[in-house]
Design a protein around this ligand. Sequence first.
Ligand SMILES: Cc1ncc(COP(=O)(O)O)c(C=O)c1O
Length: 374
Amino acid sequence: MYLINLINNSRFDIKKSKTATFFSPSKFENVLSFHKSINMNETPLIHMPALANKLGLKNLIIKDESSRYELNAFKVLGASYAMNRQVSSNPDIEVFCTATDGNHGRAVARIAKKMNRKAIIFVPRKTVKGRVNLIKDEGAKVVVVDGNYDFAVKQAASYVEKQNEDYNKRYYCLVQDKSSSGYEKIPIDIMMGYWTQIYEITNQIDSFTVDVVILQSGVGSWAASVVDYIINNWKNTPVFISVEPNSANCLFESIKKGYNVSVENEKFTSMAGLDCESLSKISWLILKNSLNSCISISDDLTEKAMKLLYNPITSDPVVVSGESGASSLGALIGLIESPKYKTFINKYIADSTVLLINTEGATDIVSYKRIVNT
Ligand SMILES: Cc1ncc(COP(=O)(O)O)c(C=O)c1O
C-alpha cells in the first residue's frame, strides 16, 4: 500500500527566494563553455502524450538523464565543473575525496581518472554492492563507513583535513555537493555545473509553458540549482514541488517546521540518491521560500513509476529510470490516485504542463531488473 504525504509551504515567497540565488549570465557562460570543452553530451527531452492523457494533464515532459556522459545520471555536470575549477586554482591536487550515496561519487571518480588524479570515495553503510562496484570500476578507492550519509560526509571532510595537515599542503580536495558553514565554494560550483541541464531543457521545451516542476531532493543542491536558474531566466515561474523518500524527508520536515532540521534515517530506501538526513545549507536558503509544497513517498510508488516508464502505454517512448530518477513520477501518480489530494490536484496539476526530470537511469542494475522484471 503506497504511503504519500503532502505539505504546503506556508513561507512560499518567490521574491524572497530570489535574494538567496546566485545565478549570473557570466558565471553561466563559464559553465557552458567548460562543458563544451569536455564534450558533455546533451540529453533528450521526451514527451509522454498518452501518459499525460491518462493522468489528466495537458502535457507531461521528461528530461531523460539516463544517457548523461555514460554515467547514467546528471551528477557529472556538477562534479566536472567544480573539480576543474579546483585544479585550475591548485594544480597540486593529487586526490579528490567525497561522500556519496552513489551517483556523485561515481562522477567524482570518473572525472578524477580523466584528470590523472586519484579518488577516495566514502559511502554510507547502507550502500548496495552494485553501486560500490561501479565506483570501484572507475579506479577509485571506496571506504564504507559505519554510519549514514551525514556520517560519511563528516568522515570524508576530516580525512581530507588530516591528510592536508600531515603534508602541510593541499594535495587532497573535498568535492562535496553539500554545503555547510565555512564550506560553500565547492558546493556552489557543483550547483552551477547543474545549470547546463536546465539550460538544455529551456531550449528543448520550445514554446511550451511549464506549469509545474517536481524535483527530487537529497541534500537539495540539485533542486535549488534548477530553481535558481528558472526564477532568474524564465518568464513564467512554475509551481515547484519537492519529492523525497518517507524515510529521509529532511526537506519536508524543514518546510513543516520552518527551519533546517535533520531527520533520523535508519531505514533503507531504494531511492539511494535521496537518502540524506539533512539539507545543504545553501539549498535550504533557496528552497525554503521557492517551494510551493513538499511530498514524501514510499519506495513502492517510485517502483510503480519505474515499471510504467519501462512499459509505457500505447505510443509513449520507453524511459529507463532508476529509483531516484522515477520518484517525481511516483509522486505525481501517488497524488493523482489519492482521493485526499483531489483539491490540490484540481488547483495545481489537472490540465497543466508538468516537467519531470529523470535524474538517473538504471544505476543499480540488479535492483532495476528485479523491479521492472526483465
Ligand atoms: C539520481 C539522483 N537524483 C536526485 C538526487 C538529489 O540531488 P541532491 O542531493 O543535490 O538533492 C541525487 C543525489 O545524489 C541523485 O543521485
